[in-house]
Design a protein around this ligand. Structure first.
Ligand SMILES: NC(=O)c1ccc[n+]([C@@H]2O[C@H](COP(=O)([O-])OP(=O)(O)OC[C@H]3O[C@@H](n4cnc5c(N)ncnc54)[C@H](OP(=O)(O)O)[C@@H]3O)[C@@H](O)[C@H]2O)c1
Length: 243
């Protein structure tokens, strides 16, 4: 009988936005399942500390510092996984920003930043990761979208548009890449206690006292999607707290 939670020993995962929040927790959770990691974000010291933590779990970890919306970062990160860790099995497109504000106060520059960080990044990392997955005949790609990618809300128009776009990208890739044995999923959390959650009228105290989820709880859902039996895929997973 196959188990739902296979081990990831021998697998290599790449996590974007790994310097904090969901990405950081997901990298650690994947390492606890035995995966070797390439982690990427802009804050070098945080990535160095994360790699150190992953190595104490007995897994290999390499960092690539850079903007996820730059093609060179994606090329470097995918290239490092293949050249130094030998393969790439799992890509977690997690890097993202939120900039909630009234639509009429949103500038074109803010629009570009949201689209580039939340959507272009996922396009670039997936575009460079998938050829090796096609070649090896397996792979898992996960987009960390949001409940804002399923339902629009006041004050979140452009953010929500980027998150809907991730869902469309993931659904189309799921249809296109399944024949190569590549699973493409979208995970849609709502309300997570990360740096992202601060601001917009929310204080640290509000967040600490709220029912919002811990990043590690969302990471558990991401790992669940990554560890299904070979013939099972989870195209979409909505993850909500009990508040
Ligand atoms: N928190 C929530 O309530 C919530 C709910 C639903 C969905 N999400 C989604 O979850 C994902 C992760 O968010 P989080 O809550 O974990 O927030 P977070 O703690 O702020 O983490 C965001 C991560 O993205 C990275 N990042 C941001 N801009 C980047 C850029 N231009 N280039 C490279 N890396 C960049 C950050 O690293 P550096 O700053 O070091 O570059 C950081 O590691 C996002 O896609 C977000 O939309 C969050």
């Amino acid at each position: 009988m196959s188990t739902a939670h296979a081990s990831l020993v021998g697998r290599v995962a790449l996590v974007t936005g790994a310097s904090s929040g969901i990405g950081h927790a997901t990298a650690l959770a994947l390492a606890r399942q035995g995966a070797d990691l390439v982690v990427t974000a802009r804050r070098a010291e945080r990535l160095a500390a994360l790699c150190q933590q992953i190595s104490t779990l007995g897994c290999r970890a390499l960092a690539v510092v850079g903007d996820a919306a730059e093609e060179a970062t994606a090329q470097q990160a995918v290239g490092l996984a293949l050249s130094s860790l030998g393969r790439l099995d799992i890509l977690i497109n997690n890097a993202g920003i939120g900039d909630y504000k009234p639509f009429v106060e949103t500038s074109a520059a803010e629009y570009d930043a949201l689209l580039n960080t939340n959507l272009r990044s996922g396009f670039l990392f997936t575009r460079h990761a998938v050829p090796s997955m096609i070649q090896q005949g397996s792979g898992t790609v996960i987009f960390v979208s949001s409940v804002a990618g399923l339902q629009g809300a006041a004050g979140e128009a452009v953010y929500s548009a980027t998150k809907f776009a991730q869902v469309g990208l993931a659904q189309s890739l799921d249809a296109e890449l399944r024949k190569h044995n590549i699973k493409v999923s979208v995970v849609c959390p709502g309300g997570v206690k990360s740096e992202f959650a601060l601001g917009h009228g929310r204080t640290q105290e509000f967040i600490d006292n709220s029912r919002m989820m811990e990043p590690s709880e969302v990471a558990g859902s991401v790992v669940y999607v990554c560890t299904q039996p070979p013939n099972v895929r989870i195209p979409q997973l909505i993850v909500r707290h009990m508040g």
